[in-house]
Design a binder for this molecule. Structure first.
Ligand SMILES: [Zn+2]
Length: 381
């Protein structure tokens, strides 16, 4: 089976191995003549980035690059990116990378034409309507991991470097106009990142599937996304060059982010403040939190996971799914506790405060409180 496609949902997606070559067409489609490629420091020196800049240059698009992006991008990176964008006379952004490059690239395009500070556009009520929508630059997104799904999202996560809080910045026009999903870009990911990013996609699907909100479309996408991860992540982990598994993981990542319109939950409510304070890997942190959150949510989600387990090829219903998740983590060397990622003396009270104001809180099927969050943090740390 050829894993190729031109999709128009949830945005225009050129999907298939080798399709990074179509970047010039993607820029033309988005109306970009002088793009700024935004990626993170780690990716900037890799061959996939150099090759992509070569493709841009050969097509007369220049080789504009901004890569001063931290693993958890913040407003300092954003200001520098907007300055680079303006100084280079760019007219659009190629957001390139894992979550950091994608999220910061989208924000550079968003903020290039705004006069208010970025925090005024946090995903609260209708704050997004404060933005000058006509001034938002076009975005082409190119994921190089298979996890975040930010390439099909209308928001970015930006860390406030002063308060160490992760803030979600939302605007409908932050959804990239064109996405290139080329699984060949992901073959070089080391095992640790393959596992962490893949399990982030899995967490998006599990949390969307668990969320109590009414959104049957997302429910279906979440279920199929879980299936793709279960069938393909072990293959991609064992053999990074398995292009079919890499392609299916890239689909699963986009599906997870599409599905979580329905809501995220306690896994992300725990991992966002942990990541903001201690800079742990987002997907790995989620994976560690998942078994405890499944136990905690059990009364509210047992029935729906009893149904899902059959389709996922897992025997024993919800309990079977729980033990599957633990084995799945173990098979990819995910630590049992977040403290194994190098955190000592965590400030539980601060973490609980961060979790309570995290937007993911509202999507959890059991109401999260100071008491039960304290218990959950103690369990996962
Ligand atoms: Zn996530």
């Amino acid at each position: 089976m050829s894993l190729q496609g031109n999709w128009s949902y949830p945005t225009a997606i050129k999907f298939g191995a080798g399709r990074i070559k179509e970047l010039p067409e993607a820029c033309a489609q988005a109306g970009i003549k002088r793009p700024l490629l935004v990626t993170d420091k780690g990716l900037a020196d890799l061959p996939i980035t150099k090759d992509t800049l070569d493709i841009m240059e050969a097509a007369g698009l220049g080789r504009g690059l901004f890569s001063d992006v931290d693993p958890n991008p913040n407003e300092v990176n954003l200001t520098a990116g907007v300055e680079a964008y303006k100084a280079g006379g760019h007219d659009g952004v190629i957001a390139f990378g894992g979550g950091s490059g994608l999220d910061l690239g989208k924000m550079v395009a968003f903020m290039a034409g705004q006069s208010r500070p970025v925090w005024d556009f946090e995903d609260v009520g209708d704050w997004w309507t404060r933005a000058d929508a006509a001034a938002i630059a076009p975005i082409v997104a190119v994921p190089t991991t298979a996890g975040t799904g930010s390439e099909v999202g209308r928001a970015s996560v930006i860390t406030n470097s002063q308060t160490h809080e992760k803030k979600i910045i939302f605007h409908p026009k932050v959804l990239p106009s064109v996405v290139i999903c080329d699984p060949e870009l992901t073959v070089g990911m080391p095992k640790f990142i393959t596992a962490g990013t893949g399990l982030d996609a899995f967490a998006h699907c599990v949390e969307a599937y668990s969320s109590p909100h009414y959104h049957p479309m997302s429910q279906g996408i979440a279920l199929e996304g879980m299936k793709l991860v279960i069938d393909n992540l072990p293959r991609a982990y064992a053999d990074g060059t398995d292009i079919e598994a890499r392609a299916n993981m890239m689909s699963a990542a986009a599906m997870g982010a599409t599905a979580f319109q329905k809501g995220l939950g306690a896994i992300h409510a725990l991992s966002h403040p942990i990541g903001a304070m201690y800079h742990t890997h987002h997907g790995t942190t989620n994976a560690i939190c998942m078994p405890a959150v499944l136990r905690f949510n059990a009364p509210a989600i047992k029935d729906r996971f009893d149904l899902a387990a059959g389709y996922l090829g897992i025997t024993g219903g919800f309990e079977g799914f729980q033990s599957f998740v633990q084995d799945f983590n173990d098979s990819m060397a995910i630590p049992k506790r977040v403290s194994d990622l190098g955190i000592s003396n965590p400030e539980i009270d601060t973490l609980v405060k961060g979790a309570l104001i995290d937007p993911s809180c509202g999507g959890n099927p059991i109401e999260l409180t100071k008491e039960n969050l304290t218990q959950l943090f103690n369990e996962v740390l």
